[in-house]
Design a protein around this ligand. Structure first.
Ligand SMILES: NC(=O)c1ccc[n+]([C@@H]2O[C@H](COP(=O)([O-])OP(=O)(O)OC[C@H]3O[C@@H](n4cnc5c(N)ncnc54)[C@H](OP(=O)(O)O)[C@@H]3O)[C@@H](O)[C@H]2O)c1
Length: 264
């Protein structure tokens, strides 16, 4: 797909990966729709996009609220017949043990990371099916392949996202619509500003820039693959985990549990 003049909707576009993705699509001449809860941040991104001279629409919406997603989708589809690329990127994590987290902490991560993606997909997919074209890009994480201590509910939301995407991909075969999951390792964004992360070392030396991930999202929007892991070398670690779980899981568990224990 040539992204010029294509309609691209990005959730979680007020910061980090979503914001950078908007910039990368705008550079390609796409029309971008920015979705998030914080209006001043969206207005700031809209301003930053002015230099690319592309149409920009901003929509304040909490993706965990299905009525808000419905209202937002109606507003978008009134202006554009369909979106060509839907990037389900809005998401967050709360760091802590399952014992320490409240049920509400756990529910809220599922509501945004998983159900937010479902609501947006359900609202925009019919117009893609009608047009027989489009691509859904779901931003997951390597936490979609590793259940990690300290972020178990977050991992669950991303495992769910990957499983849903795999099933939907089979359903969409022959429709002209693609779906690809982008699964990065740690990325240097505001993601770790959540107070629950305050005792963790902020970024690992191997962490990625939002630009690297945004570029992978553009690649994903043209890819027939189910999942793009960023960086691609980490695919080997996922293969190792799936092939030799009894060797890899204890090592991964030890490293992350040690970090979790040092939090207190
Ligand atoms: N950073 C990492 O290490 C990393 C690694 C792998 C995957 N990811 C994934 O990448 C995605 C983007 O995260 P990021 O690193 O760019 O973090 P970020 O800078 O904190 O951005 C998160 C974005 O999601 C939006 N958001 C959160 N809850 C929302 C809701 N209920 N409704 C609408 N928008 C919501 C936020 O906007 P508002 O607050 O304005 O609503 C913000 O724009 C997430 O899905 C995350 O799980 C991140």
């Amino acid at each position: 797909m040539d992204f010029k003049n294509k309609v691209v909707l990005i959730t979680g576009a007020s910061s980090g990966i979503g914001k950078q993705t908007a910039i990368e699509f705008a550079k390609k001449g796409s029309q971008v729709i920015l979705v998030a809860r914080r209006m001043p941040k969206l207005e700031q991104v809209e301003k930053e996009l002015e230099k690319f001279n592309v149409p920009v629409m901003i929509q304040q919406c909490d993706v965990s609220d299905k009525l808000q997603v419905q209202t937002m989708s109606q507003a978008v589809l009134e202006k554009f017949d369909s979106v060509d690329v839907l990037v389900n990127n809005a998401g967050f994590a709360i760091y802590g043990t399952v014992s320490d987290l409240t049920v509400e902490d756990i529910e809220s991560q599922m509501a945004t990371n998983y159900f937010g993606m479902i609501y947006c997909t359900k609202n925009f997919l019919p117009s893609m099916i009608k047009k027989k074209s489009g691509h859904v890009v779901n931003v997951a994480s390597v936490a979609a392949s590793f259940g990690l201590p300290g972020i178990a509910p977050y991992c669950a939301s991303k495992f769910a996202m990957l499983g849903f995407s795999e099933g939907l991909k089979h359903e969409l075969k022959g429709t002209g619509i693609g779906i690809t999951v982008v699964s990065p390792i740690m990325v240097r964004t505001d993601f770790f500003d959540h107070p629950s992360f305050k005792k963790m070392p902020k970024y690992s030396p191997t962490s990625l820039s939002a630009t690297t991930v945004a570029k992978a999202i553009l690649k994903a929007a043209n890819s027939p693959r189910l999942e793009i892991i960023v960086p691609s070398v980490v695919r080997g670690a996922v293969w190792m985990k799936n092939t030799f779980p009894y060797v890899i899981n204890p090592v991964v568990g030890y490293v992350f549990k040690k970090q979790l224990d040092s939090k207190d």
